[in-house]
Design a protein. Sequence first.
Length: 190
Amino acid sequence: MSTENLARAFAMTRGILTNVTPDQFDLPTPCASWDVRALINHVVEGANWFGLCVEAGAAPEEDPTAGVDYAGGDLLGSFDAGAARSLAAFAAPGALDKAIDLPFGTMPGGAFLGIATDDVFAHGWDLAKATGQPTDLDPELAASLLAQMEAFLPPEIRGADGVAPFGPATDAPEGASAADRLAAFLGRTV
């Protein structure tokens, strides 16, 4: 396992972020509890948080990325810095094998890499959908992530928005792209 897919997800999401304009910040997103501004802040915070967790071997007790309004500042610069830090952290010798203590359990870095990749990709899709951008994103990566999530995602972590990490799976329209099918599997309405 390498950081290639995470790098692809970061690049794809960055491309979407570059097309979001401040007049779109109040738009709703497929994540019902977040508007575009809140989703941008989550995406940029995550880009930074993944690296912090891997470097320390645990989620920080006091998260310096939480509560920052990245949308109100240099959001691309902050996203790029976080993506670079996270990619370097996951690529460090032994990072994929070491145990990382996270709020949702302890897991090897390789498993956390998969979660980070899916998170970056899925929220990139959310931003694209919310801001009227194309959602047929990186078909090869989307198909790979869908296969991984179908094998990994237990029903116990599905539920209402804001309560559970994933919503109940929805049906994607016939002929939907791999990215749209992944979004539907993760609980988004496509």
